[in-house]
Design a protein around this ligand. Sequence first.
Ligand code: AHG
Ligand code: MN
Ligand code: MN
Length: 330
Amino acid sequence: MQHEDDLVHQNLMSLQTHVLAEEAKHPSATGDLSWIISAISLAGKTIANKVRRARLDDVLGAHGTENVQGEEQLKMDVIANEIIMRCLGDRASIAVLASEEDEEPRILRRSGDGGKYCVLFDPLDGSSNLDSCVGVGTIFSVTLNDPEEADGERTVCQAGTRQVAAGYILYGSSTVMCLTTGDGVDMFVLDQAIGSFLRVRTKMRIPEKGTTYSINEANAETFPEGYQNYLRFAHSSGYTSRYIGSMVSDVHRTLIRGGVFLYPPTAKNPDGKLRLLYEANPMAMLMEQAGGESFSGDLRTMEVQPDRLHQRVPVLLGSPAEVAKVREFI
Ligand code: AHG
Ligand code: MN
Ligand code: MN
C-alpha cells in the first residue's frame, strides 16, 4: 500500500500549471511567455489531431507548391503552418513569426505596440514520413524582439544563445512535448481523454554516454573524411545505428536513451541539410539544458551567428562523451 503522503507529492501537473509555477518564480514576469507557450500547446494539440487523421481526411501528399528552399510542400506542411499562425497570431506579445514554410518572417507588431518576442518554427518536421506513419513533429524557438531592428529577417537572425525558450512536440506513438525556458528540460505527454499535456519528467538529463549513433549512412561516401573515420570506429566498437529520418524523433530518442545524432555536410547539402534557426538552435538549447552538447562545424551550434532565416548548418548533438568522440575524428 502506497504511503499516504506519497500521493500528495505525486500531484498531477499539467503544462498550464507548470508554466504558471515557472512564471511565479520570476517576480518581474509579465505572463507574456506563458501565453505564447499556451498558444504553442494549443497548436500542438490541433496539429496532433490533424496528423492522426491525415489519411482519413485525404490531406497526405503534395500541396503542389515549393517552399523557399525549393522543397516540395506537403499539404500537411501548409496545414500545420496555418494552425500555428492562427494559434499564435493573436498573442499580443508576439512581434515576429518566422516559419520554415514562409520565405519571409511575418511582422505582427512593433516593439512599441507590445511586440516583445519572436517565435520561429518548423511546423511539421519529418513530414515526408507522414504517409508511412512515422513520428513527425513541430519544433519551436522563442527569442526576444530587437526593438532597434525594423527588418524582420535581421530581427530573427539572432544566435541561439539568445533563445528564451525552445522545444518540440513529437507526434509519435504518443504526443510528447519537451520544453525548456532556460531552467532545465521538462517532458509532457498529451492525455487525449482530458486534452491536457501532463508533466511526466522534470529537469531531464541526457545519459552521459550512449552507443547509438544516428546518421543517414546513404550519404557516407560524400561525408568529410573525419565523419567516415568516426563511422569506421562506431562500426567496430559495438555501436548500434538508429535513423528515423525525422529530426524530432531522432533527437527525442537521443535525449531519452543517450547517443549521438549527426547531419554532416554532404555533396547535396554542403552546409548540411538542417536549418539553424528553427531546427538546430532549438534542439541545441534542449540538449545543453539537459547536459548534452551540440556543435555545427567547429562552433557550438548556439554560437553560430545567423545571417539568413533559412540558412543550413551541419549538426552534431547528443551525449557529451559521444559528441566528444565524434569531434576527435572530425
Ligand atoms: P522537414 O520535414 O521539416 O523538411 O525536415 C526534414 C529533415 C529532418 O526532419 C530529418 O532529420 C532530415 O530531414 C532527414 O533528411 P534525409 O532524408 O536527407 O536523411
Ligand atoms: Mn524539419
Ligand atoms: Mn518542416
